[in-house]
Structure formats: C-alpha cells, structure tokens
Design a protein around this ligand. Structure first.
Ligand code: CA
Length: 246
C-alpha cells in the first residue's frame, strides 16, 4: 500500500476539539496487524490522539492479548499469519462479546463484510483507508461503550428488562442470554422504546449498513429474540418496522 493511500491531507477541526477528552483517558487499544508499515501508521495516528496502543503481528498472539481483558477496543486485520482474523473475531466474540472489534482489511467484498458483522464485528473499514475516518470510527465506538447509560446496568421497556453487563434479557418468566447482535438490536429498541424503529435504522445502527444488503438479517434476528423472549416481546409494525412497549 502506498503511503498516500493511507494518509489524509485534510485536518478536520473536530479532531482537535475531541482530542483532549480521549487523551486524558488514555484508553488502551489493541491493533492486530502483520504489515509493519500499516501498523506504524495506525499506531502513530492513535497515539497522536492520546490512545495507549499495543500491537500484535499475528492472529494467535493477538487473540491471547485481547483476551487479557485490558483493552477498550481492538483494530483487527483479517489476512494474518497463523490464525486468520475471522477466527480471532469468532473466538473473541465467544470469550468477550462486549469488546468492540473494528475490522481493518484489504478484503472489501460484501461476503467477507457480512461474515465479519455476523461474527460480531462492530465496524468494518476497507484498505486503503483514511486515517481520519479510522479515528472517527474508533471514537464513535469508544463513546458508545462509555456512555452514562452503560452505567445504568438494567434498562426497562414495558415488561422487558435488559441487563447491560450480563447481556441478558428477561420478560415475565422468560430469561435469555443474548448473542452480540441480538443484544445490540434489543438495546437499540429499548433505547427507542415506544417508538417505531425501521429496518433501515436497525441495519445502519446495529449492522453498520447504510444500504440494503438484500437479506433479511433484521427479521431473522427479531425471530430469534421472540423465540427466546416470547412471541409478543417485540411488536411488528407492518411495512414499517418494530417497536417495544414503553
Ligand atoms: Ca495482513
């Protein structure tokens, strides 16, 4: 990859505005990347924003480090020596589903992206990439993880309770552990309880798609949630979307 492909010449003012906040926090980020030049480039960018960066150059050591539990976010390459990135992602989703993983990969085909999101990635950025875009996305995910709402451990919507720390939902007698995607979909509906949420909104906010991938991932996920929580847990608003009772 040429340096120019990785570099942004613009310097948006919001980078300067938000820098202090994250610099003060020194949030630890793990970058799993085997290409030394890309790793150095990403590391410099993140450190310049005040993040504490650790690195791993292969999948197995990356997974080991990530499981140590010290990180607020993982930036993950897919084509890695030894253990490939999708395997690392799958294992991480099992052991630490709350840890946000942002994939940064030269693989830009839709199939790989869908697979990454299905395995629990929060975000996907294709190489060549803009450093400013990577930093912006990192900040979004760290902000989402650090909102005051997370400190309120249990959210309620009608008869439904969502335990944010345990990623567990309860309604009446039914209680269930949730997969990462189920949790995020339900979390989105709970935060918008009483409102109709469209499929497009859910695709954008839960899957990160700002286009229709032509699949029924949202409906499938809602069906799985109803199986776990009862058929009336989530209301379908015909031709519009879904709603949770306030
Ligand atoms: Ca690679």
């Amino acid at each position: 990859m040429r340096a120019a492909e990785m570099t942004d010449v613009s310097s948006p003012c919001h980078l300067r505005v938000t820098r202090g906040r994250f610099a003060a926090l020194k949030m630890p980020i793990l970058v799993i990347e085997d290409e030394p030049r890309i790793l150095a480039f990403v590391r410099r960018g993140l450190e310049a924003q005040g993040f504490a960066v650790d690195a791993a150059a292969d999948g197995a050591s990356g997974l080991r480090r990530a499981r140590g539990g010290r990180y607020d976010l993982v930036v993950l390459d897919l084509l890695l020596p030894g253990l490939d990135g999708l395997t690392v992602l799958r294992e991480l989703a099992r052991s630490d589903p709350a840890l946000p993983v942002l994939i940064l990969s030269a693989r830009s085909d839709l199939r790989t992206k869908l697979c990454g999101f299905e395995l629990g990635a929060r975000d996907y950025l294709s190489k060549p990439f803009s450093l400013h875009e990577l930093l912006a996305r990192v900040r979004v995910h760290l902000r989402a993880a650090g909102t005051g709402e997370q400190e309120e451990r249990v959210l309620r919507a009608g008869p439904l309770e969502l335990d944010l720390a345990r990623r567990r939902a309860r309604t009446g007698d039914a209680a269930a552990d949730l997969t990462d995607r189920e949790f995020r979909l339900l979390h989105h509906l709970v935060r918008h309880r009483g409102e109709i949420v469209s499929r497009e909104q859910l695709l954008a906010d839960v899957w990160g798609y700002h286009f229709d991938p032509g699949s029924n991932v949202v409906d499938v996920c809602v069906r799985r949630l109803r199986k776990k929580l009862g058929p009336t847990a989530i209301e379908t608003i015909r031709h519009v979307g879904y709603r949770l009772a306030a």
